[in-house]
Design a protein around this ligand. Structure first.
Ligand code: MN
Length: 272
């Protein structure tokens, strides 16, 4: 853990030297945002675990990403460099400002869609972790107009509904479907509003939470609910969903037990 902290300071020292040199050579270059300092090593460990858990659970594959708000500064967030989630280690975690500028890029590439994270953190002070995924079972609900609704207690957090973000409207026409700049990220954050998840038409989903375990849990059960809802709809034209009062009560109960799956998932993920 001390190594992580030491590396962080060494890195930031190197950054200052690099920034000074860059200033001489390219005076008009944008200075990198200041670092908030080393994050809590436990938060970094949870972020690494979250990446691996979401792969184990079929939510992420070679694509998708998860971030956490910095514990020292609400205007910074932490996310891996552009890398397949299963390969992420503590050394890959980078710090970003809320415009999604890296604090210390060096030659490390960033995820193209990092603006999803920065723009949601800007408008949702309650959110401390975000997952962007292409989890397979949710994709049909983004393209058919069939609303995703909480089918059972584990997905009660969907009680406010799951809006669908259509990038065509936000981009004013055809795009490559990627949320690759701040205006698109802002539009997605607006669609999400105060909810826990939003679908992205022809692409995937974004899931938020007050902690990494919440965001991971919700991502896993968003995928599961989508799979079960498709099965239920294939069986019957009449499906009974949780009503809002049931869902509110169930969400509170299930949230109280969230540590149980999280500890299991984390232990398995970090054992590899
Ligand atoms: Mn994506």
């Amino acid at each position: 853990m001390a190594n992580v902290t030491r590396r962080w300071f060494v890195t930031c020292g190197a950054l200052l030297v690099t920034a000074a040199a860059a200033d001489l050579e390219a005076p008009r270059a944008q200075p990198a945002p200041a670092s908030a300092g080393p994050p809590d090593p436990k938060l970094v460990e949870d972020l690494v675990a979250a990446n691996r858990i979401l792969v184990d659970q079929g939510v992420l594959d070679g694509y998708g990403h998860v971030s956490a708000r910095h514990d020292r500064d609400p205007n910074r967030y932490l996310m891996s460099r552009s890398l397949a989630p299963e390969l992420v280690t503590a050394a890959d975690v980078m710090e970003y400002d809320l415009d999604s500028n890296p604090v210390d890029a060096r030659d490390r590439p960033s995820y193209l869609e990092r603006f999803i994270h920065g723009e949601i953190y800007k408008v949702r002070p309650d959110v401390r972790a975000i997952v962007h995924n292409h989890s397979p079972s949710v994709i049909p609900f983004g393209v058919t107009g069939v609303p995703l609704r909480p089918l059972y207690h584990m997905s009660a957090f969907l009680w406010e509904g799951v809006p669908v973000f259509d990038i065509r409207r936000a981009a004013g026409g055809a795009s490559d479907m990627l949320v690759r700049d701040s205006p698109l990220g802002r539009a997605l954050a607006q669609t999400l509003g105060s909810r826990t998840a939003a679908l992205m038409r022809g692409h995937g989903a974004v899931v938020v939470g007050p902690s990494l375990p919440h965001a991971v849990f919700r991502s896993v059960y968003l995928e599961m609910n989508a799979k079960l809802q498709a099965q239920a709809m294939a069986q019957s034209a009449s499906v009974t969903y949780l009503d809002p009062e049931e869902a509110r009560r169930a969400e509170a109960s299930v949230a109280g037990t969230l540590g149980r799956p999280w500890e299991l998932w984390k232990r398995k993920a970090l054992a590899r």
